[in-house]
Design a protein around this ligand. Structure first.
Ligand SMILES: Cc1cc2nc3c(=O)[nH]c(=O)nc-3n(C[C@H](O)[C@H](O)[C@H](O)COP(=O)(O)O)c2cc1C
Length: 379
């Protein structure tokens, strides 16, 4: 059998602390520490502990040329090679690992970015599993006061004072924008409001052929290389004329493509799961998952040091445009990166090596309550 190493692999010497609580409370040097090797291979999506012998084999077997497994077994030991094939760090005949490795290779990921993405996803993260929402007061108790909100790079007298801006057209929207955390659980969004929001935030305002058969869309937010790889998936809870469920927004047809029909109990349960138990967002009648098709960006930015950053920035721009459109329609909006990517991938049928769930936004009328903190501009 021919084998080679998986395309992307990082080895982390991980320290585990053995905490002896009684010694700790007695004020003694409290800790023992043990070290182990963790293999971080993005195509697997989960960490694998490896032995020093396995580390040596992984360091010796390349990712490009196929080698006879018998030769590798002779050099590194048959048990070592068998284990590495079994856990998918070496690629051999196992079709499942081969497919995952090929998929990763075909996307043109920067190796560090692939690892950062695949190992920062959450699945089933909930309050009872460690998701915490500490208040500012609690944070200050734990960590002391935060670094100050401003910095000074010269003495005040040396700074050039600027004229304060006059009010202008955009101000009404900018000053009213805030992150809503008290949505009206009974309100439904008119279809016209949703249609404008989706079209202006995520829709195409025109198509341009930059080279034969190479098209870009013009949108109202900037995008790295003009490629607009971020797709919008809509969770409709209460949108007039639209059945509750999951949809993909088609930016050119300006249409919702139905993916999964749900009842309102199911949409509420999914909404809560998507935002990792942040219950203050769940009453928003519409949420939008932002998920980048990485191959669209990586088509140009192949194995590129800045590509991953560009995808995050693209999503940030879209979310701000979404906020401003919601504000214009008289509603608060939200964006959150504290999302259960793995659950979202599952319901949307996305492969995380190809489709990168970045954030969830949403909007809806405010309830008028102030149960959860909001930062509104107060003149
Ligand atoms: C990248 C990003 C992630 C955020 N994640 C959360 C979140 O997980 N939960 C939340 O309640 N708000 C979240 N927010 C909203 C911020 O808390 C909010 O923007 C900030 O408190 C300032 O308030 P404002 O948007 O009303 O001006 C996030 C905002 C951004 C830009």
């Amino acid at each position: 059998m021919l084998i080679r190493r998986c395309a992307v692999l990082f080895l982390e010497p991980r320290e585990d602390l053995d905490i002896d609580w009684s010694a700790l409370f007695a004020g003694d040097g409290p800790l023992g520490a043990t070290m182990r090797w963790m293999a971080l291979a993005p195509h697997l999506g989960e960490e694998v502990e490896v032995s020093p012998d396995e580390v040596a084999a992984l360091g010796g077997i390349g990712l490009t040329l196929w080698q006879e497994s018998a030769d590798c077994a002779q050099q590194y030991g048959a048990a070592v090679i068998a284990r590495l094939l079994e856990c998918g760090l070496l690629i051999g005949d196992d079709a499942r690992f081969r497919e995952r490795d090929e998929t990763l290779r075909s996307q043109n990921w920067r190796p560090l970015s692939a690892a950062a993405h695949m190992f920062s996803r959450w699945g089933d993260m909930r309050v009872d599993k460690g998701m915490q929402f500490p208040s500012f007061e609690e944070l200050v108790v734990s960590y002391g006061t935060p670094p100050g909100p401003v910095i000074e790079r010269c003495a005040e007298g040396e700074a050039i004072a600027l004229p304060y801006p006059d009010r202008a057209r955009l101000d009404d929207t900018l000053f009213q924008r805030y992150t809503g955390r008290n949505f009206d659980a009974a309100a439904a969004l008119p279809i016209a409001t949703v249609a404008r929001l989706l079209q202006r935030a995520f829709g195409s305002q025109g198509e341009r052929e930059m080279a034969p058969d190479a098209f870009v869309l013009k949108k109202l937010s900037p995008s790295a290389g003009g490629l607009h790889p971020v797709e919008a998936y809509v969770l409709a809870q209460r949108v007039e004329g639209i059945a509750p469920g999951l949809y993909h927004y088609h930016p050119v047809r300006h249409a919702l493509e139905p993916l999964t029909a749900m009842d309102t109990a199911q949409t509420a349960e999914l909404a809560l799961r998507m935002v990792a138990d942040q219950d203050w967002f769940v009453d928003a009648p519409m949420m939008v998952v932002l998920a980048a098709r990485v191959e669209r960006n990586f088509w140009k930015y192949r194995n590129h040091a800045k590509a991953y950053r560009a995808l995050l920035l693209d999503a940030g721009h879209l979310s701000q445009t979404f906020y401003l459109l919601a504000t214009e329609a008289g509603m608060p909006a939200f964006v959150t990166a504290a999302v259960n990517e793995i659950d979202i991938e599952r319901v949307l049928g996305l492969d995380p090596l190809k489709d990168m769930v970045i954030a969830v936004c949403g909007c809806g009328p405010a309830s008028g309550a102030r149960d959860t903190v909001e930062l509104r501009y107060e003149p």
